[in-house]
Each structure stands twice: as structure tokens, then as C-alpha cells.
Design a protein around this ligand. Structure first.
Ligand SMILES: [Zn+2]
Length: 128
């Protein structure tokens, strides 16, 4: 997916720290926010607590209704991300992966578990 509408709104050091499964949600959110506040800036996009966390900064004054709609759109996108796999966008649940929350479909959750086991293997060999 072409993320240039997002990167164009970010500072040069900005980074999009989410998986490809959420890129569609992010682009849809940007369209909604841009309609309310054409000059808004995206400060940060990251995964936090298993959901998409977008930090946006307004560069213009909005009326109360538009401001509420702006905030609601960000919260709704986060709520939607909690039901979409961060890797592929398929229906998903938030799971605990070690100390981290992550939202993955069944298939990608199984892959993540397999990868964790691969990482753990050398330690078992050392200790065995
Ligand atoms: Zn998936």
C-alpha cells in the first residue's frame, strides 16, 4: 500500500511503526482527518497495547464539532485495529506474546509462537 499520504504529514524523523495489516485502517483514518483538518500533522504511528496508536497534531483551529469528530475518528480506528491482524488485516484477537500484547489472526499468532520457539532453542542447547 502507498503510505505517501501519511509520510507527507510526518516530520522527517517520523516512523510508521505498525504492521502492513493496519495500513488500510491508517489510510482511511487519514482521509477522514484530512477532511476535518487539512493541515494536520502525524507525530507518531505505533502499536501500543495491541492496538494502533496515532498521535496527531492540529495546525489550525477547529470548531467544537470538528474537534470531537477528529478525536472520535482516531479512537474508532484504534478500536477497529483491535479486531484486525496487524500482519494481514484478517479478523483477529489481541493475544499476549510474552510481555507484549499483539493483535493477530489465528495463522499469524501460530507463526509468532513458532518463531518464539526457534529463538528459545539455542538457549536450551546451551543449558542442556
Ligand atoms: Zn494475519
Amino acid at each position: 500500500m502507498d503510505l505517501s499520504p501519511i509520510t507527507a504529514r510526518m516530520p522527517s524523523h517520523g516512523r510508521i511503526g505498525i504492521g502492513p495489516g493496519w495500513h488500510g485502517l491508517l489510510l482511511a483514518l487519514d482521509k477522514e482527518l484530512a477532511a476535518l483538518a487539512p493541515g494536520y500533522v502525524i507525530w507518531q504511528v505505533k502499536q501500543d497495547g495491541g492496538g494502533m496508536d496515532v498521535v496527531a497534531k492540529l495546525t489550525e483551529d477547529l470548531d467544537e464539532g470538528s474537534l470531537a469528530a477528529f478525536r472520535t475518528a482516531i479512537l474508532r480506528a484504534r478500536a477497529d485495529s483491535l479486531h484486525a491482524c496487524e500482519e494481514c488485516g484478517a479478523p483477529a484477537r489481541t493475544v499476549l506474546d510474552g510481555a507484549w500484547c499483539t493483535t493477530l489472526c489465528r495463522e499469524h499468532a501460530a507463526e509468532a509462537r513458532a518463531a518464539t520457539q526457534l529463538v528459545a532453542l539455542p538457549r536450551q542447547i546451551v543449558n542442556g
